[in-house]
Design a protein around this ligand. Structure first.
Ligand SMILES: *[C@@H]1O[C@H](CO)[C@@H](O)[C@H](O)[C@H]1NC(C)=O
Ligand SMILES: *[C@@H]1O[C@H](CO)[C@@H](O)[C@H](O)[C@H]1NC(C)=O
Length: 437
């Protein structure tokens, strides 16, 4: 149909109109705009932008390309106010600097001169959720019980302010400004909340998750932002390396079931055991632990610097890269509970960590894991690559050593100059002979 309309246009309208319609078509199909250093001057102040910074050589950036196109087309077709762009950070370094881009690909959002950094998984759904959350109001108001129920059904975690304007509301808004990259923030009058929610006083801040809720208590919980940052994860969840990294800030331990992708029977049992404990003993362990399962164990393998058994249990302390393993095989919920108690009381020793020795080990491990695939794919090339610098270093050392004795012995230097590859043993012998003389 579109083709027919195009042809009629060609025959009946002047070239200028044709050009305009072509331009319109192009701009509609370009879901993603390429941005350069002039962007900050030319954009409209109220526009909201979602921008991907990339480098031409970066393979992770290339993997993101199709996802980015989908994100652009979906936001456009939904009529979202979010503009989608991308910028080659090597070509437009001014813009990348403005956004403080440190690694590629970087995903940032610009709204009212505030920049929001996306750190979640690089999936279409993850990025779209982030874009919609940040583009919307900072604090969403829930004015009726029906709206509240609707929001509850859509979000795993809801952070809600209840009450009139107060200094606490100021803290709540400033926490939202920073943490909206992770969570949804709401405000609601008291009578909108379900009847069974008991509130000793107003104003109050609550987090609804895992089918229950908890209330912020300044005396026990301290700073509101820190509390929200700790509470913003569901009690039990599927964890990827991005989430794990984000959890590190909160100084809680994470109990993980490391499971096989697709969950074989044994994996499923391990996962369920953690979920059961997380639910039934929430009150006991919630303050100290997050609970979850992880399908991709690359991150943990790097942390442990060894192969990991799948399925298995591990507790990690991300603030110092430490980890704990159960002393006995965990078969029941009771065993698992003993494992957690052992971690808390210190009867199970922490392993790993980020001390000097561990860092050296990690460096060696990283080098090894980087080189191993090269070796297995092309052993000859590998030997050449490794032996070349080795030869050069040996030659260099040799030349240095050869020069050194000259300071003590001019005569020896004269002799040595002519023989480029004289073995060092011979030289030592010569020196000792001299001493005997
Ligand atoms: C609220 O913010 C003020 C100023 O930043 C801070 O001193 C106070 O501790 C905060 N209160 C809570 C409950 O977070
Ligand atoms: C994790 O390690 C850090 C640094 O050693 C320590 O301060 C922190 O208490 C540990 N985390 C927990 C939850 O114990």
């Amino acid at each position: 149909m579109r083709t027919t309309r195009m042809t009629t246009t060609t025959t009946t309208t002047p070239p200028l109109l044709l050009l305009l319609s072509v331009l319109l078509l192009v701009s509609v199909s370009a879901f993603v705009e390429e941005l350069d250093d002039s962007f900050m001057e030319t954009r409209a102040a109220d526009d909201i932008w979602l921008i991907k910074f990339y480098a031409p050589w970066c393979s992770f950036c290339k993997q993101l390309d199709p996802v980015w196109h989908q994100v652009g087309s979906e936001l456009k077709s939904l009529g979202s106010p979010v503009n989608v762009g991308k910028s080659d950070a090597t070509a437009s370094s001014g813009l990348a600097k403005e956004f403080r881009v440190r690694g590629y690909p970087a995903i940032l959002m610009l709204k009212k001169d505030v920049k929001y950094n996306y750190q979640g998984p690089r999936t279409k759904d993850g990025i779209l959720d982030f874009a919609n959350r940040v583009a919307g109001p900072l604090v969403r108001s829930l004015s009726s019980p029906k709206l509240f129920q609707h929001a509850m059904s859509r979000h795993d975690v809801m952070i809600v302010y209840v009450g009139a304007t107060s200094p606490l509301k100021g803290n709540f808004t400033s926490a939202a400004e920073e943490l909206i990259v992770h969570s949804y923030f709401f405000s609601a009058p008291r009578d909108v909340l379900p009847k069974e929610v008991s509130l000793p006083s107003l104003p109050a801040v609550l987090v609804f998750k895992d089918g229950t809720y908890s209330t912020f208590n300044e005396e026990v919980d301290g700073d509101l932002k820190t509390w929200i940052n700790r509470e913003r994860f569901p009690n039990f969840l599927k964890i990827d390396s991005f989430t794990l990294y984000a959890m590190g800030e909160t100084e809680k331990f994470v109990l993980l079931a490391l499971v096989k992708k697709g969950l074989c029977e044994k994996s499923l049992r391990f996962k369920n055991l953690v979920e059961k404990l997380a639910t039934e003993l929430r009150e006991t362990y919630n303050r100290f632990f997050y609970f979850g399962f992880m399908e991709d164990s690359d991150y943990i393998r790097g942390l442990v610097m060894d192969d990991v058994i799948i399925p298995s249990f591990i507790v990690v302390n991300l603030s110092n890269d430490g980890y704990f393993l159960p002393l006995v095989a965990v078969e029941t919920e009771h065993h698992l509970q003993e494992f957690l108690d052992g971690v808390l009381t210190g009867s199970i020793q922490a392993q790993g960590g980020n001390g000097a020795i561990q860092r050296v080990r990690r460096f060696i491990y990283d080098t090894k894991t980087t080189l191993q695939p090269v070796f297995s794919q092309a052993p000859l090339l590998f030997c050449f690559l490794v032996s070349l610098p080795l030869c050069l270093v040996t030659l260099f050392c040799y030349l240095c050593l050869k020069k050194r004795p000259s300071a003590y012995d001019d005569e020896d230097d004269d002799n040595g100059d002519g023989v480029l590859l004289a073995p060092s043993v011979g030289r030592r012998k010569k020196l000792t002979e001299k001493k005997i003389d």
